[in-house]
Design a protein around this ligand. Structure first.
Ligand code: HEC
Ligand code: HEC
Ligand code: HEC
Ligand code: HEC
Length: 126
């Protein structure tokens, strides 16, 4: 048998948990992720898995957003996709086409830092 006193304690605790819950939720609002964790590029040459997060975080390779998203303003976190400007077949000779843009940037940095895959099969693995 539940006594009235026990019920009061139970309700009291329930209310405390509810209030604590609401406060914690307000203090740490769920934040939508700004950037992708992993990206898979699919193409005729074989799919490329790009670990976006490891390239950016300090515990990974610590590369700044602007080093790749070269049109991004400082402090901004929502870049346009590369393909928005680099078309599959570029009409403008000053703007590399999409696959050249990726190859120049990805392989360029891997060569420069002598770290990361430079061979076709190092990226086009699947
Ligand atoms: C080593 C290169 C590199 C770095 C550093 C990098 N990104 Fe990216 N990011 C990419 C590539 C490549 C894509 C895929 C773009 C595409 O599909 O056209 C991408 C995609 C994104 C997207 C999805 C955009 C879309 O709609 O296609 C967001 C958001 C993003 N990056 C944010 C960031 C932020 C914020 C940082 C810095 C903390 C950052 N990136 C650092 C290379 C990089
Ligand atoms: C808002 C348009 C826009 C977006 C988005 C964009 N680019 Fe570019 N990109 C350009 C233009 C325009 C040029 C040519 C002029 C210049 O170098 O700025 C260029 C040039 C380049 C070059 C050649 C630079 C050089 O040093 O010769 C590379 C490589 C490149 N982009 C890669 C990328 C990659 C990879 C992404 C996505 C992470 C990206 N771009 C996103 C517009 C864009
Ligand atoms: C500004 C420099 C930079 C750019 C740009 C860059 N990378 Fe890397 N990447 C690195 C470094 C540094 C490593 C680490 C290599 C190591 O630790 O041996 C790496 C490693 C890798 C690896 C192997 C390990 C892993 O994390 O999966 C792959 C695959 C890779 N990069 C793909 C890409 C692709 C695809 C792009 C273009 C969309 C790209 N990278 C652009 C610097 C860069
Ligand atoms: C550092 C990683 C990396 C290396 C090394 C690399 N690629 Fe790529 N490659 C990519 C990425 C990223 C794309 C972009 C895929 C897309 O357009 O969605 C791509 C696109 C392509 C495409 C065109 C697009 C398609 O639809 O398939 C071809 C062809 C290609 N690569 C061939 C090669 C060849 C050949 C080599 C060796 C000489 C090579 N790649 C080396 C990352 C790499």
């Amino acid at each position: 048998m539940t006594s009235k006193k026990e019920l009061q304690v139970a309700y009291g605790l329930a209310i405390i948990f509810l209030v604590v819950g609401i406060l914690s939720y307000a203090a740490f609002p769920a934040k939508a992720p700004d950037q992708p964790v992993r990206l898979m590029f699919e193409g005729v040459a074989g799919n490329v898995l790009f670990d976006h997060k490891t390239h950016t975080v300090d515990s990974g390779y610590g590369i700044a957003c602007q080093d790749c998203h070269h049109n991004l303003e400082a402090g901004e976190t929502n870049p346009e996709s590369c393909g928005a400007c680099h078309e599959i077949e570029s009409g403008d000779e000053d703007v590399p086409k999409r696959s050249d843009a990726f190859h120049l940037q990805c392989i360029g940095c891997h060569k420069e830092g002598d770290a990361g895959p430079q061979e076709c099969s190092g990226c086009h693995v699947m």
